[in-house]
Design a protein around this ligand. Structure first.
Ligand SMILES: NC(=O)c1ccc[n+]([C@@H]2O[C@H](COP(=O)([O-])OP(=O)(O)OC[C@H]3O[C@@H](n4cnc5c(N)ncnc54)[C@H](O)[C@@H]3O)[C@@H](O)[C@H]2O)c1
Length: 396
């Protein structure tokens, strides 16, 4: 099939490579010209796809990035994989999804299968995409992406894929497409079920992470180790699922997607109280971390040299979107500390570059990447560990 993927970020490039490896002819469409040039020169910007793999697909013509909308015409399948962030008031911002729909409306005159993989609330495919595209009777399906960047066990191929379509023909076509590179396809009765399943999955994580973050604070106040309690509880073979505390949640999904559910819940008159409370708890974690760091450093960090170690939002990825490290750094600075950060994967961020760990009075381990120099970390005067890595250190 000739396939166009709109958006070449974490999700779009991953799907593009999956489809190219299955023998489809793939166009990676993106409005970011710099990104398009980098991809066409064989430079991947995401962890799971190597430059060598990308160069291979480019080399035998299975993949090409493009920012010229005319290349979309004649494609059999169009996949939308654009950002779905929150606006300043923490409400859904569907402007990128609308722009992708408008792009299809304007540039594709032959009938295609249009699939939305972007995460959004139930009703998005039907009301925000299909209803905006007039003139051609395309087929429409929703298949929310579940990719977990950096996860080496579960990828595009072996993570079961949900599909819901506006018509049986759309479902059949979407199954035909995805079955060329995904092992397990699960058909659900409507796109709304597929869309809701995706945001419920991430809400489940958000709420459970908040619960465990609140529990970590209770355990610390009780003078017991929250992590030891969680490990003990996790020995129960049924009815318990382990989540671990941390400095907050980051990335494009967990801090964002539940608010999409809360938005539609409010519209239908059911206040999503768990989501609201979970947001409050998770967003307050950087302040809790800094409070503990100050307390553990004798009540003041004024004038102290603090290094924050690991600033991406999770291990072994360079993604700093919504990272809780930002709040930790800002609040440490507000306490009068001289703060640097160390993260070889990120390199540069917010106009600053990664600094050495060695020589700091205080180290705050926010995210642990493989290959972390533990000796340098332990050499700092005081270490606060948000990751449960260093036995005996203060932390959560
Ligand atoms: N990153 C993840 O781990 C993950 C996992 C599952 C689902 N999702 C969801 O997938 C969607 C995409 O996320 P992402 O992480 O890939 O985002 P991203 O920011 O990494 O990439 C999005 C890309 O879309 C491009 N873009 C924006 N508007 C465009 C337009 N009109 N036409 C063409 N390209 C356009 C941007 O330039 C960017 O390169 C979001 O809805 C997200 O919630 C993300």
């Amino acid at each position: 099939m000739r396939v166009a993927i709109i958006g070449q970020g974490y999700v779009g490039l991953t799907i593009a490579v999956g489809a190219a490896s299955a023998g489809h002819e793939v166009v990676g469409f993106d409005v970011n010209h710099q990104l398009v040039s980098a991809l066409n020169s064989g430079k991947s910007h995401i962890e799971g796809i190597s430059d060598t793999d990308l160069a291979g697909f480019l080399g035998f013509g299975a993949y090409k990035a493009n920012s010229d909308p005319s290349v979309l015409e004649g494609c059999d399948v169009i996949v939308i994989a654009v950002p779905t962030p929150l606006d300043d008031a923490r409400n859904p911002d569907l402007s990128y999804v609308h722009a992708a729909a408008d792009l299809i409306e304007k540039n594709i005159k032959s009938r295609a299968l249009v699939i939305n993989e972007s995460t959004s609330y139930p009703g998005t495919l039907r009301k925000e995409i299909a209803s905006r595209i007039t003139g051609v009777a395309h087929l429409y399906a929703s298949s929310p992406e579940r990719v977990d960047p950096g996860n080496t066990q579960w990828g595009t191929k072996n993570t079961p894929r949900l599909i819901g379509g506006l018509t049986p023909e759309a479902v059949a076509k979407a199954k035909e497409f995805y079955s060329t590179f995904c092992d397990t396809i699960i058909e659900v009765s409507s796109p709304e079920v597929a869309e809701a399943a995706k945001i419920f999955e991430n809400t489940f994580r958000q709420v459970n992470i908040a619960l465990v973050n609140e529990f970590a604070q209770i355990a610390d106040a009780l003078g017991i180790s929250g992590r030891e309690v969680i490990d003990a509880a996790a020995t129960k073979p049924y009815g318990f699922m382990e989540f671990n505390p941390g400095p907050g949640v980051g990335g494009h999904c967990i801090p964002v997607d539940p608010s999409y559910l809360a938005h539609v819940a409010n519209e239908v008159g059911v206040p999503a109280t768990f989501i609201k409370r979970a947001n409050e708890v998770n967003l307050a974690m950087p302040a809790y971390v800094v409070k503990r760091v100050v307390a553990g450093s004798g009540g003041s960090i004024k004038g102290k040299k603090v290094v924050v170690v690991g600033i991406s939002y999770k291990s072994n990825v360079a993604d700093t979107r919504e990272t809780p490290a930002a709040g930790v750094i800002d609040l440490l600075r507000a306490q009068g500390a001289t703060v640097t950060w160390h993260d070889d994967l990120v390199g540069s961020w917010r106009g600053e570059t990664s600094a050495p760990i060695k020589g700091a009075d205080i180290a705050v381990l926010v995210t642990k990447h493989d290959g972390l120099d533990l000796a340098a970390l332990k050499g700092c005067g005081y270490v606060f560990d948000c990751t449960g890595t260093i036995a005996g250190a203060d932390g959560i």
